[in-house]
Design a binder for this molecule. Sequence first.
Ligand code: PDD
Length: 280
Amino acid sequence: MDNKTVYLNGEYLPLCDAKISVMDRGFLFGDGIYEVIASYAGNLFHFEQHMERLENSLTSIRLTNPYDRAKWLEKLTPLIDASLDQAIYIQVTRGVASKRDHAFPEIVTPTVFAMSSNIVAFTDLDSGAKAISIDDSRWGLCNVKAITLLANILLRQQAVDQGCAEAILVKDGYVTEGAASNIFAVIDGILITPPKGREILPGITRDVILELASNNGIPYSEDVVSLDALKTASEIWLTSSTREIVPVVQLDNEIIANGKPGPVWKNINQLFQTYKHSKH
Ligand code: PDD
């Protein structure tokens, strides 16, 4: 096992020594929240926005944030390697209860875990990813970054089984997001992404892209996108903290445009690569 140092409940220890109780509600129920924050040259990318989303997720499941933002930064800093692009994973569960009961235990201390892993951004300018569209079988609070990811992993695996990088999820004929990413499409020259709501995770990468579009005169709109409309798109991208902006060149066996990443992606991706290394 990789013996990198991880953080668990106040301690830094080798991954192989990081252990939790089988009575942890994260293990028994998936009762917890997570975050994934990119780190570029030692700086946590849009740390404040990730902290805000973490606070919102914890509030949604009625869990108190174990640390304030300064404390989180202090706890995460030793896990960061400034010479690498990394993803910092944070998980907070409702903690260890004395018995298995769906209702919350009366007294409990949250379990806090964090680790880093290396990320390799998508940089090939001439090829892209394949995706499938699939019925969105998830629950009704997709805006909460819950560790309970069974639907997401089954959906992603269906994509992988078909040689694809991602599953694009469709609810009542409208595209929501990817199994672990947000979606953008260029339709009639306008960059479109579905609006925030309970159907999607409010992605931090998504917000950065909208800001870059706005600041650079790229026409965009936050609007619903039907699967039929998506099939007419000249470009489709999937965005996340770990994969950045991935152009999709094939959807359900149909080649998109000329089967190569499009000009709007090239423009935004260039802006993003410059921006991620700047102070923000
Ligand atoms: N996932 N939508 C879903 C369902 C996600 O799981 C993710 C990210 C995103 C993109 O959010 P952001 O831009 O803030 O990373 C959208 C992370 C990376 C994961 O589960 O590992």
